[in-house]
Design a protein around this ligand. Structure first.
Ligand code: PGA
Length: 225
């Protein structure tokens, strides 16, 4: 069974920086004569505006990377200024983060709205990565992939311990019928192996550590079990 390595770029990178990321990642692979680890399903979630460019660069360098997005409209096509709906996303990406703690905190997204987003994403065939900060948070029906992200660990450089994260993830799995749960919150190249070693943890969701191509490359290498 593959483990997930899902890089969340959040609201970062210009087009030039996106180009540079894939070039440096590819240079690293060539220089070190390394292939992508076969035990890893690697996904990058850039800003919407860079999906097309990222897809072209992945093709150009022939990288086995998948694309994801960081949000989705709760509606289908229509008069919803500023929104991007699921079927549009499906033309470029396979995965869709929903309910990230930054969406909950800064954009006041709550369970009812998130449920609509999940329904739209699933209807269009996207794989939802539903983010929850704890065991109590409700997970909408139909979600197969959950990211457990304790708020104290996001962007702080202070991750949960792999043992604790593993335990909480087991609890999430036993409380909900969700087959896959990954961990997010200050994951780095240094600690990635420890999280992936936990039996209940099906992968990781690094934010900051996925922005730098050299660091991302080291995460990939250290994720190879
Ligand atoms: P971080 O972010 O790795 O920078 O802590 C994780 C996330 O918010 O998904």
């Amino acid at each position: 069974m593959k483990k997930y390595l899902i890089g969340n770029w959040k609201s970062n990178k210009t087009a030039e920086e996106v180009e540079l990321f894939f070039k440096i990642l590819n240079d690293n692979l060539i220089k070190n004569k390394k292939n992508f680890p076969e035990n890893i399903e690697a996904v990058i979630c850039p800003a919407f505006i860079h999906l097309d460019l990222a897809g072209k660069l992945i093709q150009k360098y022939n990288l086995p990377l998948k694309l994801g997005v960081q949000d989705v409209s709760p509606f289908s096509a229509g008069s919803y200024t500023g929104e991007i709906y699921a079927a549009q996303i499906k033309e470029y990406a396979q995965y869709c983060l929903i309910g990230h703690s930054e969406r909950r905190k800064y954009f006041k997204e709550e369970d009812n709205l998130l449920k609509l987003k999940v329904n739209e994403a699933i209807k269009s065939g996207l794989t939802v990565i539903y983010c929850v900060p704890d065991v109590q948070t409700t997970i909408p029906q139909g979600v197969d992939l959950v990211a457990f992200e304790p708020v104290f660990a996001i962007g702080t450089g202070i991750p949960d311990t792999p043992e604790n994260a593993g335990k909480t993830i087991s609890e999430i799995k036993s409380k909900n019928s969700v087959p896959f749960v990954i961990y997010g919150g200050s994951v780095t190249a240094e600690n990635i192996g420890l999280f992936l070693k936990q039996k209940s943890i099906d992968g990781v969701l690094p934010g900051k550590a996925s922005l730098d191509a050299d660091h991302y490359y080291r995460m990939l290498t250290n994720a190879a079990l």
